[in-house]
Design a protein around this ligand. Structure first.
Ligand SMILES: Cc1cc2nc3c(=O)[nH]c(=O)nc-3n(C[C@H](O)[C@H](O)[C@H](O)COP(=O)(O)OP(=O)(O)OC[C@H]3O[C@@H](n4cnc5c(N)ncnc54)[C@H](O)[C@@H]3O)c2cc1C
Length: 391
């Protein structure tokens, strides 16, 4: 049995968990912390997985947020390769794949997992995904055995980053996606056009507006059936059809709404002593005046900071305007937005780049930039300050 009736149990080893524990210690928090992660390595910079790590521009050590000595010096008891399988809230006990853990406060930061596709072969174990460093190592090992071609199913940010990164490495890559242009539905046609151009220039083949009917693996090859179109043959298939929050632990305690965990502005769930942060949380944002659910590195850190500060005695709520970035074929997009929809868009183009302003109910609700860093720098003020739209 690990832990004690004073222990903070931290379930997860990602951005949110690391940010929580580092903030808590920096703010003077002294209670014992046990960090449990089912990953086999210490918290690392996940955005690099589909970017620098994929193309060999960074290594495992460089991606680590801190080295093992940091956890020792900050008195964090780390259990890697260990899965928390159940939480007994009444007994304040966690069941794990190693030993049970007693806790007084439990912080759940279990992040997301790759989705599968509900078609024949959509959940075949031979389909690759790109969510973790280990996933990329598996992909590299397969490519070392047989160099390609690769078909990427899905044109979300991870799919586009991976496809362009592999193409950069000389791998023949095809994206198959049901979107007419990547991100057109969520971010608008101008952004879809930009990304489509970058992918084409990088040499990625695009099969767009296409629905996958089945994924059929054979010895040494895979065939992706596309409804009403010719099938796509490849050596490897990567599923990049989005992420689902890993909310299983809290589903059994009846805490989920729309498959997310509702929390207040300081990351508390409805259960005393139980907090949720990062991708799984639908967190109250003080500036937005409503709950937001986002899957961004910086916001997972923001949740962790908010909670670490609170558990150490602070009360400042989460009030950041959410934002993320993506790098596709060497081009970086930055997006700052509440992320829960827009009504209209206004596009500004110059030789230096593009800015897309998103509006709803007469105010700015999002700003996407490529180049135009001066617009990115005022984006949080524009969204958070409800600048009139169009700006
Ligand atoms: C490939 C990729 C690229 C990305 N690129 C960007 C980007 O460029 N910009 C951006 O803003 N965002 C990006 N994101 C999103 C960003 O990384 C996530 O929003 C962020 O990592 C979420 O942090 P988290 O701590 O909530 O969860 P995660 O980082 O997913 O960490 C969850 C942790 O919990 C552990 N865990 C889960 N369940 C259990 C359990 N039951 N027991 C024990 N441990 C468990 C996992 O092993 C993991 O360590 C990217 C995501 C991916 C996958």
């Amino acid at each position: 049995m690990r832990g004690s009736d004073d222990t903070i149990l931290l379930v997860g080893g990602g951005a949110a968990a690391f940010s929580f524990v580092s903030t808590y210690r920096d703010a003077g928090g002294t209670r014992p912390v046990v960090l449990v992660s089912d990953d086999d390595r210490l918290p690392y910079f996940r955005p690099a997985v589909s970017k620098e790590y994929l193309v060999g521009a960074t290594d495992r050590a460089d991606m680590s947020l801190e080295d093992p000595a940091w956890y020792r010096s900050h008195d964090v008891d780390v259990m890697l390769g260990c899965s928390v399988t159940a939480l007994d809230l009444a007994a304040r006990l966690a069941v794990t794949s190693q030993e049970p853990i007693r806790w007084e406060r439990c912080v759940v930061a279990t992040g997301s997992a790759a989705r599968t596709l509900p078609v024949p072969g959509g959940d075949d174990a031979r389909n690759l995904t790109v969510r973790s460093a280990a996933d990329v190592e598996r992909l590299h090992a397969q490519l070392a055995g047989m160099s390609g071609p690769v078909v990427v199913i899905g044109s979300g940010f991870v799919g586009c980053e991976v496809a362009s990164g592999l193409a950069e490495q000389g791998v023949e890559v095809t994206i198959v996606s049901d979107e007419d242009r990547p991100h057109e539905g969520r971010l608008g046609a101008p952004v879809g056009e930009l990304i489509t151009g970058w992918l084409r220039d990088a040499g990625v083949q695009l099969v767009l507006g296409a629905s996958v009917g089945a994924v059929r693996h054979h010895a040494g090859s895979v065939v992706v059936d596309v409804t009403g179109r010719p099938s796509v043959d490849a050596a490897h298939v990567i599923m990049a059809v989005g992420a689902r929050p890993r909310t299983e632990l809290l589903a059994s305690v009846g805490l989920l709404e729309d498959d997310a965990v509702p929390v207040d502005g300081v990351m508390a769930t409805a259960v005393d002593g139980l907090d949720a942060i990062g991708d799984i949380a639908a967190a109250w944002n003080e500036r937005a005046g409503r709950r937001l659910r986002v899957e961004h590195w910086g916001d997972a850190q923001g949740h962790g900071r908010t909670l670490g500060d609170r558990v150490a005695g602070g009360r400042a709520p989460w009030a950041d305007v959410p934002g993320f970035w993506s790098t596709i074929a060497g081009q970086t997009l930055k997006y700052v937005a509440w992320g829960d929809g827009h009504g209209a868009i206004e596009v500004e183009r110059s030789s230096a780049g593009t800015t897309v302003w998103y509006g709803r109910d007469g105010v700015v609700v999002g700003v996407l930039t490529h180049g135009h860093d001066e617009d990115n720098e005022r984006a949080a003020a524009a969204v958070g300050g409800r600048w009139p739209f169009p700006p």
